[in-house]
Design a protein around this ligand. Structure first.
Ligand code: ADP
Ligand code: ASP
Ligand code: MG
Length: 450
């Protein structure tokens, strides 16, 4: 019998009716034995996510030692979910009381934020009549704060082996000191992927509020084309570059186990969704471009020096400066005598940029340094691009016809993406223009791509 691990996101579990809908989906297919759940998300666009309310609890707790005021909203939200599910007899009040005390006792931002998933999993386990298994007993982090595979996978296998069905909270695990630690925001996708790999699932179903991976953000282009299949590599590029339907790190655990991901819509469960597959199984695609994604707020530091190519150690010295300052760079396009560093602007605030430039000048004496701020990066991704002549020309031609000034170009060495840097203000227009160029009428290609 095949085994499916499901993950339901906050957008699918925002109220009692949605939780009941998710429970129906789970009970409909016997292969769905384990489910990872997020905290309740937004019910409407102006609503607040439980996780955001919990961060407010933490801020209150830090200031006053109590979270009494901020916790009222959380209690109210869960109480209304309990009522919608007709589960008044379950004893949620006592669990909420204990959680409020634990938040005040633990005095930790991560512990506080994790309680949305914890509470939701307790409730959903009771609704389904499945076993609640705490993620703190399954998912572990090492001393560096990295996911500890060697410790986690055997424990996941052992603890879930004798459990026919289980509900597991997403988003957190236990650190090397035994304390609760969360992934970054949206991290329940990563938890689901880890559990899928840990139990050796045949499929990881990720249930959300859209019918699959769309060619670009539906908040920028109305009803973008849905992808039937994409490869792990394309997913990684697109999710890292801002297609936040799936957390950028969710790919790693399932990729090692060759487990396909199926993105499915809780509100249209019959839709086939998008299958994310290893490249070898991916076969032919009818699209030249699979997707477009991007992020705003980068700074580009452009360095020029004659004979840079012949200066042994130039790039290493520049990167050592970044390393000493603990700054990650996003991209590093280079030419014969030029090298650019693309860095998220948030790392350069408060005088860091000026200091960094001084240190670079001292380390490598460039002839010329130029800084571009407020830059957005837009990635156009697809296996088809590597085998097809003229894709870049089409992309740059379309942007220039719209008057969009390209400030930087970076084509990844994997040849499955082209990244352009443009002004933040041009971001949405740039995504729409590229979408129109590659997904508008008559732009499909039937060429084989792998
Ligand atoms: P969940 O609550 O299930 O974790 P998220 O809100 O994290 O869901 O992710 C789903 C949302 O991601 C969608 O509602 C959509 O607005 C957004 N999104 C951004 N880019 C894409 C894309 N390329 N394809 C699909 N959805 C996208
Ligand atoms: N609830 C967490 C968040 O809002 C984790 C998740 O939903 O995946 O980021
Ligand atoms: Mg999410």
């Amino acid at each position: 019998m095949s085994l499916t691990v499901c993950k339901f996101g906050g957008s699918s579990l925002a109220d009692g009716n949605n939780i009941a809908r998710a429970a129906d989906i789970l009970l409909r297919d016997g292969a769905r034995r384990y489910v990872v759940v997020s905290a309740p998300g937004k019910r409407f666009s102006a609503d607040e996510k439980i996780t955001d309310m919990l961060y407010a609890c933490w801020r209150e707790c830090e200031k006053t030692g109590s979270c009494a005021e901020a916790f009222v909203k959380i209690r109210k939200r869960f109480t209304s979910i309990v009522a919608e599910l007709g589960m008044e007899g379950f004893g949620m009040d006592a669990i909420l009381d204990e959680t409020e005390r634990a938040i005040e006792r633990e005095k930790s931002a991560d512990f506080t934020a994790s309680r949305g998933e914890y509470l939701n999993a307790r409730l959903i386990a009771a609704k389904l009549g499945w076993t609640f298994v705490d993620a703190a007993e399954l998912i572990f982090f090492d001393e560096k704060g990295q996911f500890d595979e060697a410790k986690s996978y055997p424990l996941i296998e052992q603890k879930l082996k004798n459990c026919e069905h289980a509900v597991i909270p997403g988003f957190y695990g236990t650190d090397a000191c035994g304390k609760v630690k969360t992934f970054s925001r949206g991290g329940s996708d990563v938890s689901g992927s880890i559990i899928a790999r840990g139990v050796g699932a045949d499929l990881y179903e990720n249930w959300t509020d859209v019918s699959g991976f769309l060619a670009c953000d539906p908040r920028i282009v109305q009803k973008p084309q849905k992808m039937e299949r994409i490869s792990y590599k394309e997913l990684r590029e697109l999710s890292y570059m801002g297609a936040n339907v799936l957390h950028a790190d969710a790919i790693f655990p399932v990729r090692k186990g060759n487990i396909p991901i199926n993105i499915k819509n809780t509100f249209a469960p019959e839709d086939p969704g998008t299958l994310i597959l290893p490249s070898v199984q991916y076969g032919k695609s009818e699209n030249l471009v699979t997707g477009i994604a991007g992020k705003k707020d980068f700074t580009v530091i452009f360095l020029e020096k004659s004979m840079m190519n012949a200066e042994v150690g130039f790039a290493r010295k520049v990167l050592s400066v970044l390393e000493e300052d603990g700054i990650c760079f996003e991209h590093m396009p280079s030419g014969i005598d030029t090298l650019s560093l693309v860095i998220e602007s948030k790392y350069l605030a408060g005088g860091v940029l000026d200091r960094l430039i001084e240190q670079i000048r001292a380390a490598v004496s460039p002839d010329y340094v130029r800084v571009l701020e407020n830059i957005a990066l837009v990635a156009t991704v697809g296996h088809g691009m590597a085998k097809s002549v003229g894709t870049s020309a089409r992309l740059f031609g379309a942007l220039s016809a719209e008057g969009i000034n390209i400030r930087m170009i970076d084509q990844g060495s994997s040849e499955i993406n082209i990244i352009v840097g443009i002004d933040n203000d041009d971001y949405e227009k740039c995504v729409r223009t590229i979408y129109r160029e590659f997904f508008g009428e008559g732009n499909k290609t039937a060429e084989s791509v792998l």
